[in-house]
Design a protein around this ligand. Structure first.
Ligand code: HEC
Length: 163
């Protein structure tokens, strides 16, 4: 009889421990403003990264810098900005995958074409390509129903970087 009780107790005891582990209260974290639970923190980090407009603020800064780098015939700085436009877009697609299809023409044509012309170091060709590059920004804006945001070739240099 005692053996029977022991045999019965062991599985019951294991189940009780298993359930206790499952019910452990959610871990809490210390953060100044991100939240306390893991889920709250994840949600707040995602919110802080924001959507595609954040990407565009970065892209438009880099677009202007790219233009002036081309005008200055500073190939290294132009390529640096072109590369970072691509990187910023890829990060933007991670946050907003539904935007990627409209950017296809920009990513697979405008960006590689720009890379090629930067390497050539020909200012005239750069200008021609930059006009197409700009049109490609606007094509995506039209496809994404923000055609009222019209990108135009910069007229004024506002950067603090001078060459
Ligand atoms: C996905 C295709 C796509 C491409 C490619 C694209 N844009 Fe945009 N752009 C958008 C969308 C969508 C918005 C509106 C974002 C929103 O509503 O969150 C936007 C907004 C903007 C804004 C306004 C940002 C703000 O909130 O102040 C600027 C400036 C801008 N784009 C510049 C550019 C430039 C310059 C290029 C090319 C180098 C470019 N965009 C290429 C889709 C694109």
């Amino acid at each position: 009889m005692r053996k029977f009780v022991r045999l019965l107790c062991l599985p019951l005891f294991s189940i009780a421990i298993f359930q206790a582990c499952q019910n452990t209260p959610q871990e809490t974290y210390e953060a100044e403003w991100l939240g306390e639970t893991r889920q709250e923190i994840i949600n707040n980090i995602e919110d802080q990264f924001q959507g595609f407009s954040r990407t565009m603020v970065e892209v438009s800064y880099r677009y202007k810098e790219l233009y002036w780098a081309g005008m200055d015939e500073n190939r290294e700085y132009a390529e640096y900005q072109r590369e970072h436009i691509e990187e910023a877009l890829q990060q933007g697609f991670m946050r907003r995958p539904e935007r990627e299809a409209s950017a296809q023409q920009f990513v697979s044509t405008a960006l590689p074409e720009m890379e090629e012309v930067i390497q050539m170091g020909d200012k005239e060709r750069f200008l021609e390509t930059f006009t197409r590059f700009t049109a490609s920004c606007n094509t995506c804006h039209a496809m994404e129903e923000v055609a009222f945001m019209t990108v135009k070739i910069p007229e004024e240099r506002y950067t603090v970087i001078h060459f």
